[in-house]
Design a protein. Structure first.
Length: 378
């Protein structure tokens, strides 16, 4: 009988996603602009998602089912966050509360949901889900355009964003400008994911990709230095979009051998775990950081001095985030139709008992099987 193998995962993608999640969480705790420049996590995450979306659209003829599958895997974790945040905002007092029907954005985040001052830390990270869902919904059209004009499709969103920056013609509702800006800024990274998936990036000369990446990164930095009052690249959507495209080009052009990771079983297990709980970590890390300060103050962490206090806050935030992952992470399993697990730590598959010969003959145990580790999809 042929042996059934579990579907393999792209460990390079998994590792990039882990690095992106960790960098985002660290940045939320220590908001130094240099962290976003060292590794622009959001552009990388959109590029990975674009590649996976193109793969799904290529495998399944029904784009509606593909879109629904992506939405289904994302929204339940978001609903759990809303079940805690929305009642908390209402109970703690909400000045200038909008009409109740505006809370529908806490059900389907087509725009950033409304929030009170108490819920601002939780609401601030939702822009990623908003942008992600719009890009997922637009992917069939974007992929159709990409197959007919590859380079133009990658460049067009940033060109349109530049035009709208010079001649702003956004609708008066600020939500339209926020959603539109994020969509145009990250659409290029998403479409580069298409180029990675169909092999176009691998067909381009490596030296040319390297040169384009360096020019994009350096050009964006020079532009920000000369045109931004404070030199902050992140405040310039067009320049920051070009900067992220430079990183994505370099990261997706090559596919390094990840055998070193699979040989380090402990590290490999952590990569699997974080990927299986990536949405929960992203949604709850800012909440954990917001709560760590009042909890730390109540515990008198000031007695440890300035450095000790910062370390104490970080430890408390990490402990709160771990608890959120343990208590709410199983929702990701439910959304992905996986077996529910409190902690998705990979474990060895059971090894079959060695066969023996009939009584009266020498029993020779069969060679033990190499343990196989479960794969987890996000």
């Amino acid at each position: 009988m042929a042996e059934t193998r579990a579907p393999t995962r792209d460990r390079y993608f998994d590792t990039l996603r882990v690095l992106a999640i960790i960098r985002v969480s660290v940045y939320h705790m220590f908001p130094f602009a240099v962290l976003e420049l060292v590794f622009p996590s959001m552009g990388v995450m959109f590029a990975l998602a674009g590649s996976l979306m193109a793969n799904s659209l290529a495998r399944k003829p029904s784009w509606g089912k593909v879109i629904w599958g992506r939405v289904r895997r994302l929204l339940p974790a978001y609903w759990v966050l809303g079940l805690f945040v929305v009642p908390a905002m209402l109970l703690l007092g909400w000045d200038e509360r909008p009409a109740l029907w505006h809370l529908i954005a806490w059900v389907v985040p087509f725009v950033s949901p409304p929030s009170s001052e108490a819920g601002l830390q939780a609401q601030e990270v939702i822009w990623y889900l908003v942008t992600y869902l719009w890009l997922v919904a637009l992917s069939p059209v974007m992929l159709w355009l990409y197959r007919r004009a590859r380079l133009l499709t990658i460049v067009a969103p940033l060109a349109l964003l530049l035009a709208l920056t010079v001649w702003p013609t956004w609708p008066s509702n600020p939500n339209f400008q926020e959603v539109g800006t994020d969509l145009l800024m990250y659409a290029g990274c998403w479409i580069l994911g298409f180029a990675h998936r169909d092999g176009t990036l691998r067909m381009v000369n490596g030296w040319l990709i390297t040169a384009l990446a360096l020019v994009s990164v350096a050009g964006a930095l020079v532009w920000a230095h000369r045109h931004a009052a404070d030199g902050v690249l992140q405040d310039m959507p067009v320049a920051y979009g070009v900067y992220q495209i430079g990183f994505v080009l370099a990261l997706l052009r090559w596919q390094p051998d990840m055998a070193w990771l699979t040989r380090r079983r402990g590290l490999d297990n952590w990569v699997t775990l974080i990927n299986a709980r990536a949405v929960t970590i992203y949604l709850w890390n800012n909440v954990a950081i917001a709560l760590c300060f009042p909890i730390g103050d109540a515990l008198n962490t000031w007695i440890f001095g300035e450095t000790g206090e910062e370390i104490s806050y970080s430890v408390i935030a990490l402990a709160l985030l771990i608890n959120a992952v343990l208590f709410f992470g199983w929702v990701e399993d439910l959304a992905a139709k996986r077996p529910l697990r409190f902690l998705p730590w990979p474990h060895p598959a059971p090894v079959a008992a060695p066969p023996t010969t009939p009584i009266g003959r020498a029993s020779v145990p069969a060679p033990a099987r190499v343990p196989a580790y479960a794969n987890h999809r996000i």
